[in-house]
Design a protein around this ligand. Structure first.
Ligand code: PLP
Length: 462
């Protein structure tokens, strides 16, 4: 709020003008000096103001820049030619919707569902450790690797674990490690757009393999391996994003066997292991892996906080040595304080309590959203009411375009994800992904569906 007031103030001033002092702003707006200095810091970081210690805060000279005196960077288009990088069409996780817009897009928990207090306490304990600022081993802290190994089950040991910067960091690394640019990578269709983006950034060609209510189809998977010669399958066997599907028990072994027969890796993205709604959660594929076919990926960002950017890759054989080598080249190791904080968090009883309460609250919210949808938009059909994860995957009736619906929904005050970016090739129909974990209250979900009802009417009329 203070930032907005200061922006208004700046818009009335010329570049180089002095802003009112912190003391003046404190008394004028009835806010604390800390709030004012945070607002100044944010505006300084954005380049809006410059602070001269002992003198005051001034409107930045950079603001005077116009289109005509902006630096000419057009030469870069030539310098970068042939090195295209497509960041994808998804909003970044760092882009929460503007105030007043109901958040049903994105894939993280609302702060009220996060274990923020336990996280802060864990970070504080981590910071008090005498070795908190020492270097960390390239593969990650040994006790943290042991926690990830135990969670994976089977005979996975700490030596099979590489700590990563969340799931996305792991995906980027894996796609670069597993296949040469230009190679195909098989993916479920639909799938997680961030995985498609990471695969494409590594120069790979995602090839769709259809799914049904029981997950990826092993018969078509075998065919896809035969036709493309791919050596990698990326899949999410448990609470798949975006559909919520769980790979059926009889298919779990089959998928790994089909990949093994093709001499290919299975990348098991297990991002939603802790996002179950209270029912049984199947064992990870890696727990039954015998020969290093399955590469498992876990992340703490989903059940904890997007800023706890800690995840893990579990892999065996030469591929693990390659990943460790890449870690040493890319960034040496991951920040020790964050690893220590993750370890502290996972070692407390508060973590288990959080996971239990989270699953109950996710189940409740999922039911609220599914009920409101069935009541108000019965022709918008969810693929299923999922037993885990953060989303409903909804097919739109014929005649609706998902991108138009998502854009129109924003103007009606609700943010949802269009389905198209989740498809590696042309979508077979129009879908939306509706999230139920990013609002503060379940009641907002009902209001979100009201707004979608108005959106549907506007799109039908248009
Ligand atoms: C299926 C899946 N995998 C991986 C990720 C990466 O998440 P993070 O990098 O925050 O761990 C996401 C995030 O949305 C996801 O949905």
């Amino acid at each position: 709020m203070v930032v907005a007031l200061l922006r208004a103030e700046i818009s009335r001033l010329a570049s180089g003008d002095r802003l009112p002092s912190s003391r003046e702003l404190t008394s004028r707006h009835g806010v604390s000096p800390v709030t004012v200095s945070r607002a100044f810091a944010q505006l300084a970081a954005e380049g809006e103001v410059v602070t001269r210690p002992g003198s005051g805060t001034y409107v930045s000279p950079r603001r005077a820049r116009t289109a005509t005196d902006a630096p000419d960077t057009s030469w870069q288009a030539v310098a970068l030619a042939g090195r295209e990088f497509d960041p994808g069409t998804q909003d970044g996780p760092q882009d929460p919707p503007p105030a007043g817009v109901i958040a049903m897009a994105g894939g993280y928990l609302h702060p009220s569902l996060r274990p923020d207090r336990a996280l802060s306490a864990a970070l504080a304990r981590a910071a008090r450790r005498p070795d908190a600022w020492d270097r960390a081993p390239a593969a990650g802290l040994a006790p943290l690797r042991a926690v990830f190994a135990r969670a994976a089950g089977g005979d996975v040991g700490p030596e099979d674990v590489l700590v990563t910067g969340g799931g996305q960091g792991a995906l980027s690394m894996l796609f670069r490690a597993l296949a040469a640019p230009g190679s195909p990578v098989l993916v479920e269709s639909p799938t997680y757009p961030g995985a498609l983006a990471a695969a494409r950034a590594a120069g790979l060609r995602p090839v769709p393999v259809p799914m049904d209510a029981d997950g990826i189809r092993p018969d078509l998977l075998a065919e896809a391996f035969a036709v493309t010669g791919a050596r990698v399958l990326y899949c999410q066997p448990t609470f798949h994003n975006p559909t919520g599907t769980v790979l059926a028990p009889e298919r779990r072994r089959q998928v790994v066997d089909v990949a093994r027969a093709a001499g290919a890796f299975v990348v098991e993205d297990d991002f939603a292991r802790h996002l179950g709604h209270g029912g049984p959660v199947p064992r990870p594929l890696v727990a039954d892996d015998r020969d290093g076919t399955v590469i498992h990926l876990a992340t703490l960002t989903k059940p904890a906080s997007p800023s706890l950017r800690i995840g893990a890759v579990i892999a065996r054989g030469p591929v693990m040595r390659r990943l460790q080598g890449m870690r040493r080249v890319d960034d040496f190791f991951l920040a020790r304080p964050l690893q220590e904080a993750a370890l502290e968090l996972l070692s407390t009883p508060a973590w288990d309590r959080h996971l239990r309460s989270l699953s109950t609250r996710l189940r409740e919210r999922c039911a609220v959203l599914a009920d409101a949808l069935a009541r108000e938009l019965p022709e918008w059909t969810p693929a299923r009411v999922p037993t885990g994860g953060l989303h409903l995957w909804v097919q739109l009736p014929p005649g609706f375009d998902d991108t138009t619906v998502a854009q129109t929904a924003r103007t009606h005050g609700v943010a949802v994800n269009a389905g198209t970016p989740s498809f590696p090739a042309d979508p077979p129909a129009a879908y939306l992904r509706l999230g139920f974990a990013a609002t503060e209250t379940p009641a907002e979900l009902t209001e979100g569906i009201h707004r979608l009802t108005r959106t549907a009417a506007a799109c039908a009329a248009g």
